[in-house]
Structures are given as C-alpha cells and as structure tokens.
Design a protein around this ligand. Structure first.
Ligand code: SF4
Length: 236
C-alpha cells in the first residue's frame, strides 16, 4: 500500500495512543479489513495478543516464522494456543530446510554468519508474506531494547512498506506477566527456566538473575535483533 500522509499517521497516533491494546487491535482489523496480519514468535507478549485477538473474535491473520530451529517447547506452545483459542497460526518456512542450507552455505551458519542465517530463515520468508497485507501487528514493547525505546503505537514501516501497529508498546513486563496470569494464557515453559526471550535453539541461552532479558539471544555477539523490528532512521 502507499504510505499514509504524515497528517493521517499523526491522527492515528493521537487516536490510538491512549487506547487499550484490545481496542488498538480492533481498530487495525476495522481499518485494514482482511489486510492485517500478526507475526508472532510466541513470546509472552505474542501470547497476550493472540488471547486478545481471540477474545475479540478479530479477523486478523496469524503467522509465525518457522525457522525449523525452534525449541520443542515452542512447537508445543504453538499447538496449545491453536487448541485453546480455536485458531490457526500459519507456519511460514524458509526456502531451504536446515540441511539444504548447510549444504549451500556451510554447516551451522548461525555460528559463522548469524545475520545471513536470519536473512535466509526469517527476513526473506517475511518478505514473501507481507506484500499481501496493508498492516502488520507486532508484540514489541518500548523497554525491550534501546532500538524499541521510542517505538510508536502505529507508524509506517518503511522497510517492509506497510503500516505497523504495536498494541503493547506502552506495556511493562510486569503488566504482560499479570495479564498472562489473570487470563490463564498458555505460555512457553522455558520462561520459567531462565529464558525470558526465546528464539531459535542455536542462538538462545538462559540468562542469569539480573541479566538483561535479551542477553541470552546471540550471546557473545553484538547482534540483539533478528532484524525484523529495526526501524529505519527518521521513520515514524
Ligand atoms: Fe539462524 Fe539463529 Fe537467526 Fe535462527 S536466530 S535464523 S538460527 S541466526
């Protein structure tokens, strides 16, 4: 879709900023009928959004980037969420299996070139999906990383060319945890075993008490994002 004008984006921001997450999701479903999707990685925040989408019977497409390298606990959570809420989360897979990638790029690409591995197994599959939509939902929160610190509740995603809606952007981790507890939302048991942020098995380790919650992602490297939620400079 074409980029909304600056005035329109500002109107959306003014309207949505004070609203609760469920209302923001409803706005997205009504503003972009049949053209809004939620890419979930099944983090705690993603589970909250799935609960809110199901609770509101909102016509929002759901998918996950199935790299083929997720934890067994994550695959199990995927099935549990579908059963609990009676919905389908589509699995979007890379062009190559893990073995095919190893033959083409060398073994364990995540160890030698994780950016390339994320590009092949996450970014490119995402690029194959998003052109069918006018807006996508993300589960990011401002206090997760410095790059997310000033993320707006709604904005133009210039990288992928569609509107991006972040219903939980103002939520704290404690709010997320309380919602999950109060609404009995299924979640990944790894969160209770020292994994506040869960990604692919080769690139996720447990964190020690007091460590940054994302310290276990690509441990020992500068990399802290797979690249899907990095904003271009000056992007609203
Ligand atoms: Fe590859 Fe690791 Fe990125 Fe997963 S998180 S796609 S294994 S580099």
């Amino acid at each position: 879709m074409s980029r909304p004008s600056r005035d329109e984006l500002q109107r959306w921001l003014d309207e949505l900023d004070p609203q609760p997450a469920g209302d923001i999701l409803r706005w997205a479903a009504e503003r972009f009928p049949g053209k809004v999707t939620f890419a979930t990685g099944f983090g705690l925040e993603g589970c909250v959004l799935i609960d809110l989408i199901a609770r509101g019977s909102l016509p929002i497409d759901l998918f996950t980037l199935d790299t083929g390298l997720l934890f067994p606990e994550t695959y199990d959570l995927w099935r549990r969420l579908e059963a609990r809420y009676g919905l389908t989360v589509r699995g979007v897979r890379p062009e190559q299996t893990v073995d095919e990638q190893a033959r083409a790029e060398g073994p364990e690409l995540w160890g030698t070139d994780p950016d390339r591995c994320c590009e092949l197994r996450k970014t490119r599959p995402l690029l194959g999906v998003l052109p069918a939509f006018d807006a996508w939902i993300s589960a990011i929160r401002r206090d997760q990383t410095s790059d997310r610190a000033d993320a707006p509740v709604v904005g133009w995603d210039g990288r992928f060319g569609l509107v991006k809606v972040n219903p939980l952007v103002r939520w704290t981790f404690d709010q997320v945890r309380a919602y999950v507890r109060d609404h009995d939302v299924p979640f990944n048991p790894l969160h209770d075993r020292g994994y506040p942020s869960v990604g692919c098995t080769p690139c996720t380790t447990a964190v020690a008490p007091g460590e940054d919650p994302r310290a276990g992602r690509w441990r020992g490297r500068e990399k802290k994002e797979c690249g899907l939620h990095i904003r271009l400079q000056g992007q609203q």
